[in-house]
Design a protein around this ligand. Sequence first.
Ligand code: BTN
Length: 247
Amino acid sequence: IGQKVFYYESVDSTQKIANDLSTENAPEGTLVIADEQTSGRGRMERKWHSPKGEGIWMSLLVRPEIPPQQAPQLTLLTAVAAVRAIEEAAGLTPVIKWPNDIMVNSKKIAGILTEMQAEADRIHSVIIGIGINVNQDRTDFPKELLGTATSLAIETGNGLPRSRIIQEFCAQFEKLYLLYLEKGFYPIKLLWESYARGIGSFMRARTYNGVIEGVALGITEDGVLKIESSDGTIHKIYSADIEFPLS
Ligand code: BTN
């Protein structure tokens, strides 16, 4: 991981660059890092605020030989790697809010966006985008993010070199990814569950098709969230924003 690194001062989105590199057959483990993104992309077609020098904005290209429906597993694996990197490098204890929000003190410190290039039932590549807020102080966040976002600097009280966290993330990701390729998703699922919050809680999931409420039962073998609503129906949630009491 990170054998080949493309570094940019400013790009529209590292996801877009990694996608283009994937089309040009860049090798597995290629990493694209930028100081600033002018059109950073978040989940569910949102923007991702990526100001210059304030955070880690990067995309990682992998080419696992797995069926496309298992790609969400990689999002969960990445969330575990990000939690561990933040623990090791910053001494914080983040938790995961399904599927991939990394939270400290009930605020979001990092997010993950997984995009896939696949044809029929074969994955060409998976581009994993990771955004970690590092050096922002409270005045750096736009008003609408103030109540919901935080950074490593805010939570630890001091600035941290981004390179240290990138290195730690790559080391953690590589360890987990090799374990995953060798042993499958099960050991990753156990780790993910140990960091995740909200399983067993009542939650509200806002999906593209409407709102589903019920008790979160856990994740499936493919990494998809299962919610049981009050009439006993079990819903599989592939993409949503979820709400539940975090603290
Ligand atoms: C989320 O909505 O939580 C996911 C945010 C993912 C942001 C990262 S920053 C690097 C990469 N490039 C992008 O445009 N987005 C991802």
